[in-house]
Design a protein around this ligand. Structure first.
Ligand SMILES: *[C@@H]1O[C@H](CO)[C@@H](O)[C@H](O)[C@H]1NC(C)=O
Ligand SMILES: *[C@@H]1O[C@H](CO)[C@@H](O)[C@H](O)[C@H]1NC(C)=O
Ligand SMILES: *[C@@H]1O[C@H](CO)[C@@H](O)[C@H](O)[C@H]1NC(C)=O
Ligand SMILES: [Zn+2]
Length: 454
């Protein structure tokens, strides 16, 4: 079949307003359920150990966090990280668990001609999915998930979800929490699931290991501090930009599992000028996906960034229901409860022990694995082309220019362009898997590739 791939490159730093810092004395009610966080006695809890939990928004709470940077989000100072995080990183590195992969200049762009989708790197920015990435969900299910909150739209979104009796997973940004503590309190009291989306929404492959530790650790910490000690178990990379180095830091230092997606509306961009997509385009995509095959289930990337992005979700919601999808919070759909531990016991060091025991060998745990999704079942990396980016025309990809530079990839932050290319993979269900060689040819051979925005 012919397919044209429209790949967008973007820098997805949300256009946050600069609200004054709030100092509320409200205490989160902690009505949150138990599937999205790591157990209290999980070894990773030692990385965040505190003996009390100051009220959300209080002076003590604020003092426990990196300073607010109103003129723009910054990665919190890597020289001021809690020693426990540094030690956990050092141990994981010494154990050989964190691969040496060079930093990118922007997502997917590696120096020295390194192949972004080789199994050793597996850049999720250009669509490589690692064997432990969660991106598909069980047949017939639709994962509710929203990135980049909390924002001033969070209240409206929560009202809509409550009216419809739905629960979602919110991938929250630490910096955004600091910006609107009131919106954060709404999330904390909503009973929804919380996951980490870093502190300041940088592309992590552009950062050093310690910067990544800072981004992940502080975003976990603000959730931990605000929920009476729950350590998030799931995270999503900003703009989808991770590779095996970033995956390993999240996994071996912080015990987290990465959730990406299998469809993308690019709803984050609705407020761009000019917008790379429109509400009409999104409505068309939703129509296709929601009326399409139910295998695999749908994990559609959505954002609680703007009136338009939540509006696109709300507009599609009636069809999600009428087309018979089973809507569930993303964290609950990818939950591999009991199959994931990063230490053999609550007091052990944060190590790889048991991490790969999805299939039941090795140190076992107290709970059963619940039907793993495809995302944890395969043994090798794969490349997923979001079918939302596929349209009907295209030319054959240029011949494989292995070794040629991919640096022609255009796109300064925020820009978008497209490349057309043909492919022959058969779509299976909602997500089309491409073999790596094909994607490699596309990346290295096409003159003007820009990638997935994520
Ligand atoms: C903070 O978020 C709430 C809830 O979404 C919203 O009502 C409020 O206007 C926001 N505040 C600011 C200063 O943006
Ligand atoms: C977006 O803003 C418009 C105009 O203010 C309003 O009518 C509409 O209800 C808003 N949509 C959402 C989803 O909040
Ligand atoms: C695990 O599953 C088995 C078989 O379904 C069940 O008998 C057992 O009680 C389960 N164990 C836990 C800890 O849930
Ligand atoms: Zn984001």
């Amino acid at each position: 079949m012919l397919a044209a791939v429209t790949l967008l490159l973007l820098h997805l730093l949300p256009a946050h307003g600069h609200s004054p810092k709030h100092n509320h004395d409200h205490i989160a009610r902690n009505a949150l359920p138990g599937t999205w966080y790591q157990p209290r006695d999980h070894a990773v809890g030692a990385l965040f150990a505190r003996d009390d939990f100051p009220a959300v928004g209080s002076a003590a709470w604020t003092a426990s966090l990196p300073p607010f940077t109103p003129d723009g989000s910054q990665t919190p100072d890597v020289t001021k990280l809690p020693q426990a995080w540094v030690d956990a990183y050092t141990a994981a590195k010494a154990a050989g668990n964190i691969p040496d992969i060079p930093q990118t200049t922007t997502g997917g762009q590696y120096p020295n001609g390194l192949n972004a989708v080789s199994p050793d790197i597996c850049s999720s920015y250009v669509g490589c999915r690692g064997p432990e990435d969660h991106f598909n969900v069980p047949d017939g299910t639709l994962a509710l998930n929203f990135d980049d909150g909390p924002t001033e739209l969070t209240g409206q979104l929560l009202d809509f979800l409550k009216t419809n009796n739905e629960i979602a997973t919110h991938f929250v940004i630490g910096y955004s929490i600091q910006q609107n503590v009131s919106a954060w309190e709404l999330l904390l009291n909503s009973g929804h699931d919380l996951a980490a989306h870093t502190w300041s929404h940088h592309q992590l492959t552009t950062q050093s290991d310690m910067e990544v530790v800072s981004e992940l650790g502080w975003s976990m910490n603000i959730i931990y501090l605000s929920t009476g000690g729950r350590v998030p178990r799931f995270w999503r990379p900003p703009t989808g930009d991770a590779d095996n180095r970033i995956r390993a830091i999240a996994k071996y230092v912080f015990g987290m599992e990465m959730i990406v997606w299998n469809q993308d509306t690019e709803d984050w961009s609705l407020t761009e000028t000019p917008p790379p997509t429109t509400t009409d385009v999104i409505a068309g995509q939703m129509n296709t996906w929601l009326n399409g095959p139910k295998s695999p289930g749908l994990m559609i990337l959505e954002h609680e960034l703007s009136n338009l992005s939540i509006g696109a979700f709300m507009a599609a919601y009636p069809l999600m229901k009428s087309a018979g999808w089973n809507l569930q919070s993303a964290a609950r759909l990818v939950n591999t409860d009991g199959a994931y531990r990063n230490a053999p016991g609550p007091t052990g060091a944060v190590t790889a022990a048991g991490l790969l025991d999805f299939k039941g060998s090795g140190p076992s745990d107290t709970t059963n694995s619940t039907g793993n999704t495809a995302s944890s079942g395969s043994a090798s990396a794969s490349v997923v082309q979001p079918t939302g980016s596929v349209s009907g025309t295209g030319s054959k990809p240029a011949s494989t220019g292995a070794g040629s530079s991919a640096s022609s990839t255009n796109g300064s932050p925020g820009s978008a362009s497209s490349v057309s290319s043909s492919s022959s993979p058969a779509p299976t269900g909602g997500a089309m898997r491409l073999d790596i060689a094909w994607f490699n040819a596309l990346i290295l051979g096409a003159g003007a590739v820009t990638y997935v925005l994520l």
